[in-house]
Design a protein around this ligand. Sequence first.
Ligand SMILES: Cc1cc2nc3c(=O)[nH]c(=O)nc-3n(C[C@H](O)[C@H](O)[C@H](O)COP(=O)(O)OP(=O)(O)OC[C@H]3O[C@@H](n4cnc5c(N)ncnc54)[C@H](O)[C@@H]3O)c2cc1C
Length: 249
Amino acid sequence: MEDGVAKGVTLRGGEHVDADYVISAADGHTTLFGMLEGKYLSKPYQKAYESYPLFPSSIMVALGLKGDYSGYPHESSPYFKEPIILFDGSSHNRFNLNVYHYDPTLAPKGKTLITVMFNTWEGEKWQQLATDNPKQYEEEKSKLTKEVLARLEKIIGPLEDKVEMVDVSTPHSVIRYTGNWQGSFEGFAPTKATLSKSLPKTLPGLKHFAMIGQWTTPGGGLPTAAKDGLDIAKKLCKEHGKPFTSKLS
Ligand SMILES: Cc1cc2nc3c(=O)[nH]c(=O)nc-3n(C[C@H](O)[C@H](O)[C@H](O)COP(=O)(O)OP(=O)(O)OC[C@H]3O[C@@H](n4cnc5c(N)ncnc54)[C@H](O)[C@@H]3O)c2cc1C
């Protein structure tokens, strides 16, 4: 930034990329509080980051199984009388079960990818554990896998000798891969109060800069993120007197 105008992006390695206009589609918290060092925080964003509830983060156990499992529904949410208690203290009577027998890109012929997913607002605990005690973090993932396999066996039959791949993602993994604040999978949650509050795409005191994506619209999601891209392109074209054409508009 120079004299209240965004001038470009400095990459991690120190390289500077000049720009006439900077649009951040990255994580909103990192953009405002990290890249912009909290210098251009406006009241709506201050309020949002202080008080808006978030979509949760997620834990996913992905299993590569021998067999095609084509008789099972793509998606279900089985109920368990006895809840699964996660390491982070959250209790789950259900998990989201996806059986990807219809998607040949996810497993070789005759094999199937199955995912089991839990939501949690306790992402910080997974973050802390992975940082402070990586060995226990790995143990917790193994423990959860065993628990999930035991529950799954009651639904899809014996799994002994069927499991060829296991990959467990926790909120720590989500943060590591996406940089999303608190590992949230969709940003600010829609509530009666937040849905009517659209957040500005620009910031006071910083010209030639905009933010787009899930952290600028409570409720988040793919459609709003895509539309934001379209809208900012239109706005810039208008400002520069250029015609805007798109197959999407
Ligand atoms: C499992 C799951 C299921 C979902 N299901 C649905 C659904 O059914 N319908 C729906 O509408 N939405 C769904 N969503 C939510 C949807 O995916 C998001 O709301 C949407 O992708 C947000 O788009 P975005 O462009 O704002 O952010 P993102 O897609 O998160 O993109 C942000 C990009 O910025 C990058 N980035 C972050 N920080 C930095 C940084 N510091 N520097 C550089 N780059 C950075 C990230 O790597 C990423 O590529 C789901 C999300 C998940 C995880």
